[in-house]
Design a protein around this ligand. Structure first.
Ligand SMILES: Cc1cc2nc3c(=O)[nH]c(=O)nc-3n(C[C@H](O)[C@H](O)[C@H](O)COP(=O)(O)OP(=O)(O)OC[C@H]3O[C@@H](n4cnc5c(N)ncnc54)[C@H](O)[C@@H]3O)c2cc1C
Length: 103
């Protein structure tokens, strides 16, 4: 809300159906951090924990050999671009080595 610039936010609690106006000059939208791993539900070969985060070893391999995970879908202590780039690189090399050993 605001006439020429952002001045306030009208928010509604959908559980209690209460509305209120919060005065502010800036705001951040937190869109959540749930891993999109619903397709793994009921899959006993790929272990997950804490709301669906895929568990891997330090080569990013899941509990199912040949299936690797990196990024926000993986159980780890920090969800940041810098860590995802690192673990993505490790996963890529691990996939390559896995395929080399298979041929
Ligand atoms: C609000 C918010 C603010 C953040 N701020 C910061 C910050 O300031 N600094 C920082 O370092 N990190 C920040 N992060 C964390 C960072 O964005 C994530 O850790 C990082 O983007 C995760 O990378 P990812 O590749 O695992 O997942 P994503 O970046 O989510 O990429 C996954 C991609 O896969 C695609 N996808 C999904 N399902 C499928 C499918 N079935 N087939 C094909 N493609 C699919 C998606 O469309 C998406 O493009 C923030 C996160 C959020 C939510």
């Amino acid at each position: 809300m605001g006439k020429t610039k952002f001045e306030a936010l009208r928010i509604q609690n959908l559980k209690q159906m209460r509305k209120k106006i919060c005065c502010a000059t800036v705001f951040f939208i937190f869109c959540g951090a749930k891993p999109d791993t619903g397709f793994l539900k009921g899959c006993h070969w790929i272990k997950t924990k804490g709301g669906g985060y895929c568990m891997t070893d330090d080569r990013m391999q899941s509990s199912l050999p040949g299936v690797f995970a990196a990024g926000d879908c993986r159980a780890r202590p920090l969800n940041q671009v810098v860590t995802d780039v690192l673990y993505g690189a490790i996963a890529a090399i691990s996939v390559m080595k896995f395929l080399e050993n298979k041929t």
